[in-house]
Design a protein around this ligand. Structure first.
Ligand code: NAD
Length: 496
């Protein structure tokens, strides 16, 4: 199967100079090729988006929201088809793929209510016979660059809001699982979105660099690893663009001695191994406050043994393979590195039974105990099914440990003490906090964003901050002349 770009409302018809392999991670087989965009192809997409912008920015709010409501219905009806596409290229199990679509749909629903978000202000008689009012207008062509781990949800964080605000889009999804983006673009076309409003280009650094440098691209929303997020932010800003670049993570779950340890163990396993740990909000570090360590580790290990790992299309599978063989090998190398550094390998994922073909990119759930903050299993974002337990003597030591970490995407505290939870939410330097909730991804009418090295830029993604990112404001001061205007006056205008 060949996946190509979607430009101006139709598939691209050129011959690609470069392509990449797309795998079925559950079999390890190459399932198809994806075309990589050159600078010229990105230019073609930006030109289509720029041309469409003139008309789309003038489309009424009713026309825009009609498209979004239709898109919402189509996506809802076809969610099983999209989930199958995601599982085939990413590897996550079907129920998890359906979950990411559901969260994506919530962002579409938010965008359906865009008229409420785009209301400006109006001040009658700011000065005598003078009114002042503000407008929220689109930016123009915006770039969206997304990671492999949420091939539908992350594009849906940005594209619906961007177009609802009147922008046109060039989306560059991950080259590892490119097909979901085309599925969404085709669905938008079916929903009545005019040609050129949503374009998809595939590829790697060459395509990204052109989006970052193109003078017609006014803003870039990026999600991916921290080094690339930092690069995208700096390069885009250097070229005069508005940029929001969401990066990687190391998410801590602090378990206090008074917590319900069964609830905490369930949460650690769900949030550590869901999607094989390939989530930016996955829990990768459990911080056990004395004396709960031994009991918590025992409860977590017991639950891990029961996990059904295998081909995400097979019934009952809870955790699929990793996205590529290279990524699986990189993650697996941490098992030896952690042990060599002195951590205790309590559960070795290489021994976990697998319900899938031998060539798949498998690694079962893995647990380290007695991890220290200087070990690579802790300092690096592993992005796989590897959970580390760190032990600390007190609540204060737990807070100090979490705040010293360079990332600040998500965190959770497990406790039955409301006062401790309230203190934690106040003191912790992390953008999204869960209280007895391990993956605190905000609902679509709040905004999503980490602190520190987990986000570069001012605006968080989606929700009200996401809308702010996609509009610029204009303030109009207006007078309808009447005889009282007073004639020539060279003084600086004053309000009377
Ligand atoms: P990645 O950084 O490798 O790739 C992200 C995007 O950048 C892709 O579209 C890719 O093609 C492009 N890219 C890769 N290398 C590039 C380069 N050198 N120059 C320009 N562009 C480049 O990330 P990934 O492996 O696809 O996704 C996993 C990462 O994303 C993890 O670090 C995860 O924590 C992070 N992530 C963060 C969030 C968040 O909201 N903070 C959400 C999802 C994923």
């Amino acid at each position: 199967m060949r996946t190509t770009h979607w430009i101006g409302g139709k598939p691209w018809h050129g011959v690609a100079e470069r392509t990449g392999d797309v795998y079925d991670p559950a079999t390890g087989q190459v399932a198809g090729q994806v075309d990589f965009a050159t600078t010229a192809v990105v230019d073609e997409a930006v030109a289509a988006a720029r041309e469409a912008f003139t008309r789309w920015r003038a489309a009424s709010l009713a026309q825009r929201t009609n498209v979004l409501f239709a898109f919402r219905e189509l996506l809802n009806a076809r969610r099983a088809d999209l989930a199958a596409i995601i599982t085939a290229e990413h590897g996550k199990v079907l129920s998890d793929a359906a979950g990411e679509i559901q969260r994506g749909l919530e962002n579409v629903e938010f965008a359906c209510g865009i008229p409420q978000q785009l209301k400006g202000g109006y001040s009658e008689n700011a000065s005598t016979q003078v009114d002042v009012y503000s407008l929220r207008q689109p930016l123009g062509v915006v770039g969206v660059i997304s990671p492999f781990n949420f091939p539908a949800m992350v594009p849906l964080w940005f594209v619906p809001n961007a177009i609802a605000c009147g922008n046109t889009v060039v989306l560059k999804p991950s080259e590892k699982d490119p097909s979901a983006a085309n599925f969404l673009a085709e669905l938008f076309a079916e929903a009545g979105l005019p040609d050129g409003v949503c374009n998809v280009v595939h590829g790697d650094k060459e395509a990204v660099d052109r989006i970052l440098e193109h003078p017609r691209v006014k803003a870039v929303s990026f999600v991916g690893s921290t080094p690339i997020a930092r690069y995208v932010y700096q390069t885009g800003a250097r070229h005069g663009k508005r940029v929001q670049a969401l990066g990687g993570a190391k998410n801590h779950m602090v378990v206090l001695p008074d917590a319900d340890l069964d609830l905490a163990a369930d949460a650690a396993v769900s949030a550590g191994f869901g999607s094989a740990g390939e989530r930016c909000m996955a829990i990768s570090a459990v911080v056990a406050v004395d004396p709960v360590g031994d009991e918590l580790v025992a409860k977590i290990s017991e639950r891990m043994a029961a996990l059904h790992v295998g081909d995400g299309r097979r019934p009952g599978c809870e955790m699929g393979p990793l996205v590529t063989g290279a990524h699986r090998d990189r993650v697996t190398a941490y098992l030896d590195a952690g042990r060599a550094a002195g951590a205790q390998l309590v559960v070795d994922g290489r021994n976990h039974p697998v319900d899938g073909e031998q060539g798949g990119f498998w690694l079962g759930p893995t647990l380290f105990d007695h991890v220290d903050t200087d070990m690579s299993v802790y300092t690096d974002e592993i992005f796989g099914p590897v959970l580390s337990v760190l032990r600390v003597p007190s609540y204060d030591a737990a807070v100090e440990l979490v705040n010293a970490n360079p990332w600040g995407n998500g965190t959770a505290i497990f406790t039955n003490d409301g006062g401790a939870a309230r203190r934690y939410q106040h003191e912790i330097e992390v953008g999204m906090v869960g209280v007895n909730v391990p993956i605190p991804v905000p609902v679509s009418y709040y905004s999503f964003g980490g602190w520190k090295d987990s986000l570069f830029g001012d605006a968080h993604a989606y929700g009200p901050e996401g809308v702010n990112f996609f509009v610029r404001s204009k303030v109009v001061t207006s007078r309808w002349p009447d005889p009282s205007y007073g004639g020539v006056n060279l003084g600086f205008p004053q309000n009377r």
